[in-house]
Design a protein around this ligand. Structure first.
Ligand SMILES: Cc1cc2nc3c(=O)[nH]c(=O)nc-3n(C[C@H](O)[C@H](O)[C@H](O)COP(=O)(O)OP(=O)(O)OC[C@H]3O[C@@H](n4cnc5c(N)ncnc54)[C@H](O)[C@@H]3O)c2cc1C
Length: 389
């Protein structure tokens, strides 16, 4: 049932909306949180599939952060399961250690090598570019054309339907390169998953809001905004949609996921390939830069630590985005940033609406960054408002 009034109307029950709701409800405000999906958690939602395997519904979500504060805040709602995320790349008919490290180099040259040898090789391969202006230049200046063609160019073209030379330097700049044997996929200090899954973390955040939260699921905010009087609106959906695409739609990339379950018997037959009993592939994620139409296959069981006989893999196919579909990735290019700036100028003029979250600010934010942003918005809101009801 809809409340007759509320202090704050929050659109979107992802990390941004839930963090804001929890902070504001805990401070004595009444919040109405609306999401058009049938569940909370936004894109970070996870669930058990028909075979009882815990999977991430909208693509794998590797929690990582350098912020002890964010870890502590979310740690109020979950235990953590530390995990170092591991990735391999499948190209030229074999698995490669990835991101590029000394083991990758040894696979490339076919003999054991030292860090010095690899560093010298890289130095010779690198194309000197003082100020890389795009993703192609970033990779060429770090490791040269051979590794760029082997691991990056095809993947990026599939993912974004743009050549790396057309993409912001930040896109490929996120991937580390190391001359030692460290093959951890990510650089952040804390890498972990909610021990019982994201859905339990989100349920606990919701529970912490108590009775001051009215949660409305399966409803678009446009269908209730006029029936719930509110003091302020927080919008974590897409900013261009909010303004009815006045300047045209912002570009997004979409995704299609294909799940496949394998029984214990099938996994046993697969052992020569996976090298790990009970798994379909050798690591959590395998990238396919140059083969097939999908970009990667993820086998979440590697990271969740779930003990179950079978396993589910998810193939991820990048897709064009059309109005009405879920927008997944804001496209990080100069043109899209310029278009976003026009919407942001409108947003800056709003007194009663605040935009936040990945879609509200059209930023390629990770979960911890979104939580940090929502905590800051909550702090500012608490400084400016007193609870009325
Ligand atoms: C495939 C993929 C993989 C990712 N992997 C990682 C990762 O490994 N690590 C990491 O840290 N981050 C990852 N992310 C980023 C992560 O998903 C985001 O940081 C996080 O979900 C942002 O939370 P949010 O609340 O801003 O948005 P969302 O989670 O997108 O939530 C927004 C919610 O708003 C709702 N909504 C929108 N418009 C309306 C409306 N008009 N009415 C009602 N409801 C509405 C939507 O239904 C949605 O539930 C990944 C993202 C994707 C797409």
């Amino acid at each position: 049932m809809l409340p007759s009034r509320t202090d704050f109307l929050i659109v979107g029950a992802g990390f941004a909306g839930l963090t804001l709701a929890e902070r504001l409800c805990s401070a004595g405000f009444h919040c109405t949180l609306v999401d058009r999906r049938s569940h909370i958690g936004g894109n970070s939602h996870d669930e058990y599939d028909a075979h009882g395997v815990l999977i991430h519904s909208y693509g794998p979500h590797y929690f990582r952060t350098n912020s002890p504060q964010i870890l502590e805040y979310l740690g109020r709602f979950t235990q953590w399961r530390p995990h170092v995320y591991k990735v391999q790349s499948w190209t030229d008919g074999r698995y490669w250690s990835f991101p590029v490290n000394l083991k990758t180099f040894e696979q490339l040259v076919g003999h054991r090598a030292s860090e010095e040898e690899f560093a010298a090789w890289l130095e010779a391969e690198r194309i000197p570019i003082d100020m890389p202006r795009n993703s192609e230049e970033v990779i060429l200046s770090q490791m040269g054309r051979r590794l760029y063609e082997l691991f990056f160019r095809g993947y990026t073209r599939k993912q974004w339907k743009l050549d790396p030379s057309e993409l912001d330097a930040s896109v490929c700049g996120r991937i580390p390169i190391r001359t030692d044997r460290n093959d951890a996929y990510l650089k952040e200090q804390f890498q972990c998953l909610p021990a019982e899954g994201y859905h339990v973390l989100f349920d606990n955040m919701k529970a912490a809001c108590g009775e001051r939260l009215s949660l409305v699921l399966g409803v678009d905010y446009r269908d209730l905004k006029d029936s719930v009087p509110h003091r302020h609106l927080f919008f974590t959906g897409a900013i261009d949609e909010f303004y009815k695409y006045r300047f045209g739609p912002l570009p997004y990339r979409s995704l299609r996921f294909e799940r496949e379950y394998f029984s214990a018997g099938q996994l046993r037959e697969r052992l020569p390939v996976s090298g790990k009993a009970g798994f379909w592939q050798p690591e959590l994620q395998v990238n396919y830069p140059n083969d097939f139409e999908f970009t990667r296959i993820v086998e979440m069981k590697h990271a969740t630590g779930q003990v179950c006989a079978g396993s589910t893999i998810v193939r991820e196919y990048p897709a064009d985005w059309e109005l009405g579909q879920d927008p997944y990735y804001p496209v990080p290019s100069r043109e899209s940033r310029a278009l976003y700036e026009r919407y942001r100028a409108l947003a800056d003029g709003e007194k009663d609406v605040t935009f936040l979250g990945r879609l509200g600010t059209y930023k390629y934010y990770n979960m911890d960054q979104v939580v940090a942003q929502a905590l800051k918005v909550a702090e500012d809101t608490l400084a400016a408002h007193q609870p009325l009801i």
